[in-house]
Design a protein around this ligand. Structure first.
Ligand SMILES: NC(=O)c1ccc[n+]([C@@H]2O[C@H](COP(=O)([O-])OP(=O)(O)OC[C@H]3O[C@@H](n4cnc5c(N)ncnc54)[C@H](OP(=O)(O)O)[C@@H]3O)[C@@H](O)[C@H]2O)c1
Length: 421
């Protein structure tokens, strides 16, 4: 893919940043590895086989960060927790007019990017697309595609069911911060502070998962989906088992979560850091291969019609690296002309294939991947699942809208990828 300049990875030396760097190398993209430690960056460049530029710039060096990003076509920020470490990089991108994606899953950070940097980024011409990983790219695109034909909506629900998820140390740090932080819900056509209580509910996932206990989740789609879907409400749910670790402990999670959130807002939180430092940096490739996820989007129209979209997949860390790189590559290509804070579904034409820029993508030219079932897929009736899958193709991750006759006009989110590490 043609590039207007290199792609900078800030926080390249972390678990996710390293996956991102390997993915950029695998795709043959021009990159600069950046972070706070020159030694670590040099070791990573060696591990990639050499010939990769590195730049050590501290987060408190505002001029250095601006200079770093001014020479780049796009930036991928991987230094988290983003509420603590994210702002200097996005500020530099907005000031330098450099397109930006990141791997955050922290809703409060996404709100900060929107509230503080949308206007400067519009002025400089930078597009800012936070959360371009497993959080929350599939959910945002799936919501967009599922809502089509049913809008305006009374409610759009997103429900997550990850299995065998082993967080990295960085994810754990960020998740604990999220639990302690304020978040918002989207109801009655507006954003409101999320209640502290954790109501229990059940959600019907496709088989073999079936009905699962779920709890409210302060996901990023609560911020992004109302930007491109006409809906009065967005709800975000996740299986209780995701946090409980085991099905047996699941019933306790909604009871324990408010107390834990309270503890994390107190000085007790400082005592956690030494414990976190002993946590492994991240899962092995074998552990990542055991991960699976299902994301369901359920759109309820004002007129009572409903429609469902489903995305399934595996290794969420490889997915994060691949989608962040793909998003940055689309931005770094000649012709990308969007600016300001954007949801993924606003930044990228959902019909774009990996070889087309967003402007030239055609709505009906989504190529059929080799593993598409040969039998025709039934047109999705209202109220039934819209076929959507994440399939394992051994090339770059791509997000496309498949809007051809064989799907009966149904939506399909498809991402194909491979482990980048
Ligand atoms: N939402 C998703 O789907 C998803 C997926 C993957 C990751 N993430 C998020 O991405 C972030 C990174 O995760 P990770 O697992 O890669 O964490 P990690 O392994 O702990 O890496 C953190 C990175 O941030 C850098 N960093 C930390 N403090 C810094 C500071 N003060 N100045 C400069 N750089 C600093 C680290 O640099 P050093 O190497 O020099 O310490 C390292 O490069 C987390 O917020 C995580 O939640 C989200």
């Amino acid at each position: 893919m043609a590039q207007r300049g290199p792609i900078v990875v800030y926080g390249a030396t972390g678990y996710t940043g390293t996956l991102v760097a390997h993915e950029l190398r695998r795709r043959g993209l021009d990159m600069v590895l950046a972070g706070r430690s020159a030694d670590k960056l040099a070791r990573l460049a060696d591990a990639l086989g050499g010939g990769v530029a590195t730049r050590a710039v501290a987060l408190d060096d505002a001029a250095g960060l601006r200079d770093l990003l001014a020479g780049a076509a796009a930036a991928i920020a991987c230094a988290g927790p983003f509420v603590q470490h994210g702002e200097p990089v996005v500020r530099a991108a907005a000031e330098a007019g450099t397109h930006y994606v990141d791997t955050t899953g922290e809703q409060p950070f996404m709100a900060l990017v929107r509230d503080r940097y949308d206007a400067p980024a519009r002025r400089s011409g930078a597009a800012l697309v936070p959360a371009m990983g497993f959080d929350y790219l599939p959910g945002d695109l799936l919501a967009h595609l599922t809502a089509q034909g049913v809008e305006p909506l009374r409610e759009l629900t997103l429900a997550y069911a990850p299995r065998n998820l082993q967080p990295t140390r960085g994810t754990l740090r960020s998740a604990l911060g999220m639990l302690a932080a304020d978040s918002v819900v989207y109801e009655d056509g507006g954003w409101r502070p999320a209640p502290r209580s954790v109501p229990r509910a059940s959600f019907g996932f496709p088989q073999p998962l079936g009905a699962q206990p779920v709890m409210r989740y302060p996901s990023g789609e609560l911020l992004t989906v109302p930007r491109h879907v006409r809906t009065r409400k967005v709800a975000s749910l996740i299986t209780v088992e995701t946090f409980a670790g085991t099905p047996k402990a699941a019933p306790l999670t909604p009871l324990v979560a408010p107390a834990l959130a309270l503890a994390l807002r107190s000085p007790l939180r400082r005592g956690l850091e030494p414990l976190l430092a002993r946590f492994p940096e991240g899962p092995s490739a074998a552990a990542r291969a055991r991960v699976s996820f299902t994301v369901v989007a359920e759109a309820r129209g004002e007129d009572g019609r409903t429609r469902r979209g489903v995305a399934t997949g595996g290794d969420v860390y490889a997915l994060t690296a691949a989608t962040a790189v793909h998003g940055a590559a689309l931005m770094a290509a000649p012709g990308f002309d969007r600016a300001g804070f954007l949801a993924p579904a606003e930044a990228y034409d959902a019909t774009a294939s990996s070889t087309r820029s967003p402007r030239t993508a055609s709505r009906t030219s989504c190529p059929t991947p080799p593993d598409t079932p040969k039998r025709p897929i039934d047109p999705p009736a209202m109220g039934r699942d819209v076929p959507g899958r994440m399939v394992g193709e051994r090339r770059a991750w791509v997000i496309r809208r498949h809007d051809v006759g064989s799907l009966g006009g149904g939506a399909c989110v498809r991402a194909a990828g491979r482990s980048a590490g």
